[in-house]
Design a protein around this ligand. Sequence first.
Ligand code: NAD
Ligand code: DAU
Length: 332
Amino acid sequence: MQRLLVTGGAGFIGASFVHYVLENTDAHVTVLDKLTYAGNLDSLAGLPAERFEFVQGDICDAGLVDRLVAGCDVVVHYAAESHNDNSLHDPRPFLDTNIIGTYTLIEAARKHSRRFHHISTDEVYGDLELDDPERFTENTPYNPSSPYSSTKAGSDLLVRAWVRSFGLQATLSNCSNNYGPYQHVEKFIPRQITNVIDGIRPKLYGKGENVRDWIHANDHSSAVLAIIAKGRIGETYLIGAGGEKNNKDVVELILKLMGQAPDDYDHVVDRPGHDVRYAIDSTKLRDELGWTPRFPHFDAGLEDTIRWYRNNEDWWRPQKAATEARYTEQGQ
Ligand code: NAD
Ligand code: DAU
């Protein structure tokens, strides 16, 4: 039985991955998570105690990280400060967790010769024009725009350097925008769903023409498992499910699925440096590892996600007022 150490497993995608692994493999999972504002132990409720352990701690804590890495076979590194808007107001935690935290983990993985998988984002490649026929590939040059994406780019480069210079047994993946259950209400889709539930009009940054390439979090998890099992050491794999949509269309779809008028939203001040468009070419992942998404229908996935937020108000309600108060202060 493989022993996985999953950092950031109480966050959105980390928790989805932990559920996915426990349901689809016989691996044992240890989660290391600091439980920042973004971590939620309720996302890991009810998991089988004989196959799951939770450790609260910081990935920058070298002693703790060394002990946990020594006790596992594979490190799957999700922990990060993940929200662009927060990074524009206070970049420092992004440098600490995304750069120093990743450094701390790869040093331990090197020392104990452990397999390492680094989770990253398509935002490291910057953005594309709306009419650009190209999509991001593994060969697109790095060109990050925000403090968040630049610290993720830095962490990717550290992992690549540790592979080349120290023989770290690592793979990397850069995924597009995830949606699904357990996503914090600060993020676009859950913010708008919970706004509608609360009778608040959804908030669209700028004109709403920016495009994101949506993938269901379960499809991200199946891709990561495929890369851990069959990916080539030192390689990067882009993960995407062909889900390009502009923000205006997503808001209008949420309103329609929730029985509201499609124009019942507000335009608010735009994000500084707002990336225009992300789009992933996942040919390498599909051709080399035989991966295909199992949830390619965005409308159906969004409907399920809306149902989840309606049925799990206890999960998100404690974060909602403070999150909206922060946005109001920022004029968003
Ligand atoms: P999230 O903000 O929901 O969760 C992050 C988790 O990391 C939280 O549980 C938090 O408590 C934990 N954490 C933060 N700092 C820590 C520290 N110093 N030590 C230990 N734990 C710490 O983030 P997410 O959206 O689930 O993203 C997870 C990973 O996936 C990130 O690396 C992110 O860059 C990447 N990613 C996210 C998306 C997306 O659409 N959300 C897409 C591609 C890649
Ligand atoms: O592309 C992958 C990235 O996707 C991940 O690396 C990040 O961790 C994740 O947060 C996400 O980044 P984005 O900045 O694209 O996601 P966010 O949910 O913050 O915003 C999605 C789009 O919606 C973006 O164009 C900004 C816009 N937006 C966002 C919010 C919160 C709005 O129009 N209104 C809003 O209220």
